[in-house]
Structures are given as structure tokens and as C-alpha cells.
Design a protein around this ligand. Sequence first.
Ligand SMILES: *Cc1c(COP(=O)(O)O)cnc(C)c1O
Length: 233
Amino acid sequence: MSDHIVESISSVYKRISHAAMRAGRDPLEVKLVAVTKMVPPEAIREAVDAGVRLLGESRVQEAKEKIAVLSGVLPDTVSWHMIGNLQSNKAKLAVQLFDMIQSVDSVDLAKRIDRYASEAGKIQRLLVQVKLAGGESRSGISPEGLIALLEEVGNLHNLVVEGLMTIPPFLETPEDVRPYFRRLREIRDGAEEKGFKLPELSMGMSGDFEVAVEEGATMVRVGSAIFGRRLYQ
Ligand SMILES: *Cc1c(COP(=O)(O)O)cnc(C)c1O
């Protein structure tokens, strides 16, 4: 096993704990999703050996290949999370592959997922992705549209929405991202006041997860701080 991955994971866990304690939170409230896009199966296995149980992938096809290679190798307690933009023609495969889909941002997509979950005899766990900034290119539902979406999704019986996810705009300084994390928490609190139960807040990546934890993240999605820089071809 490469010491590098084990040490990085232990350092990330420590930083999560410290951030939680600074905010007066129980560190056990925060789950680490190791983001494994572009990461080869062998390194994923090392991360799981080091204790990681949640794995995040952003492309369905890539996830499919890795899950096939790793089937029977990883313990059953490992769960795969879809964290990338999900095209509707990949929804069926996503339902087959992922324990949780974090990137649902439209009623149409939710309905499709519901239909495939029904066919698969599965209750699909979801997060709703909220767009707080970033122009047209970013996915996510607008904060104004969230309640209507939650109401419609509440009528679909093969889905359970467990919380909200966001990808804030890229900013150099983690402190500058704080208002976006706080905003997602406030939006969640507002929705809970209207009767929706949304315990999970998926926010924070390698550059800013400590700030996200201070602002209430229950899932942080960390890739490069564990596996090193991704080499894009
Ligand atoms: C790639 C990715 C991450 C992890 O990014 P790092 O900066 O490598 O930690 C988190 N969330 C999403 C949605 C991603 O696509």
C-alpha cells in the first residue's frame, strides 16, 4: 500500500475533526466522500483499505468500468455516489450503479430516476444540487425553484431526498467560499421549516472542505487532497 494515500486520508480526517470541533460540532457528523474520478482502481482499493467507505464519481461510464473491476474486491459497506452532472440518457445506468445520486436538479430527471428505481425495485437515495452562482454552465436548481422541486419529488415513491449539494464558484481563497456554504445551509434550514427533512449537506472539496465543515457540511467531497493532482489527458 502506498503510504501516501493512507497518510493523506488520515490528514484529511484530522482536518475534518479539527474544523468540526472549532464549530462546536461532533466530527462524526461529517462523512468523507473520496472523489475517485480519474483515479485508477488500485488507488481506490488503497483508500478503502485505509477506511474510506464513500466513493464519488462524476461520470457514469467511468464509474461503470471501475465498479466492474472492483466488484468482489471491495467490502459490501462501500457506497458509490454520483456527484457529476447526470444526463438523462444515463439515468438508468446511474440507478444501477450508485447508492446515492447527489446531482439531481430537475423534476424531469427525478421522474426518470424514479421510473428506473421502480423497475429495479430500489429506493434511490438523492441529494438535490443547488446552483448558488456560476452562470449558465453550472448545473443545479436555483434556490427559488427548490421548494417546488421538493414538492414534486415528494410525490415520487421510489426516491428519497436526503439533503442538498452545491458546487460553489471556484475562488482562490477558501474564506471567500464561506458565504456560499452558509447560504446552502440557510436554504436547507428554510426548506426544513416548510416541512422537508434534509439532514445532509454535501459541500466542500480539497481546497475548502474545512470551511464547509465549519458551515455545517455533513459530506465533504475530496479528491486531489487524497489522491494527488488528477492528470487530464
Ligand atoms: C472533482 C470533484 C470534487 C473533488 O475535487 P477536488 O478539488 O479534487 O477535491 C468534488 N466535487 C465534485 C462535484 C467534483 O466534480
